[in-house]
Design a protein. Structure first.
Length: 103
């Protein structure tokens, strides 16, 4: 029996998984403001899914236990439904992840 925490991919549209590593395409304007545009991740079937970010609802920076991250709340379409996701960018190791699904 496979441990659920050792998943290689993510079911497209699942609300349960958190901390999903993603490949992110973003833009940075002249004053350093980062705007995520789209991301992609690997599903359980080992298919790369691309998700377009419709709108960045909010953005801020947080520092929890010495870990500095940029936090983005975004509206995306997963499958046939619209979801609100919290995406975080780890400043030190320069990695993006879906932190949690908010809806």
């Amino acid at each position: 029996m496979e441990d659920a925490s050792v998943k290689q991919g993510v079911k497209f549209g699942d609300l349960c998984p958190v901390n999903i590593p993603v490949q992110m395409m973003s833009v940075t304007d002249r004053d350093g403001k980062v705007t995520p545009l789209w991301f992609r991740f690997e599903t359980e079937e080992h298919v790369i899914e691309k998700v377009v970010i419709e709108k960045t609802i909010s953005r801020d920076e947080c520092c929890f236990m010495g870990i500095r991250e940029k936090r983005f709340v975004c509206s995306v379409v997963l499958g046939e439904t619209r979801r609100i996701v919290e995406i975080r960018y780890h400043v030190e190791n320069q990695r993006w992840r879906i932190f949690q699904f908010l809806s």
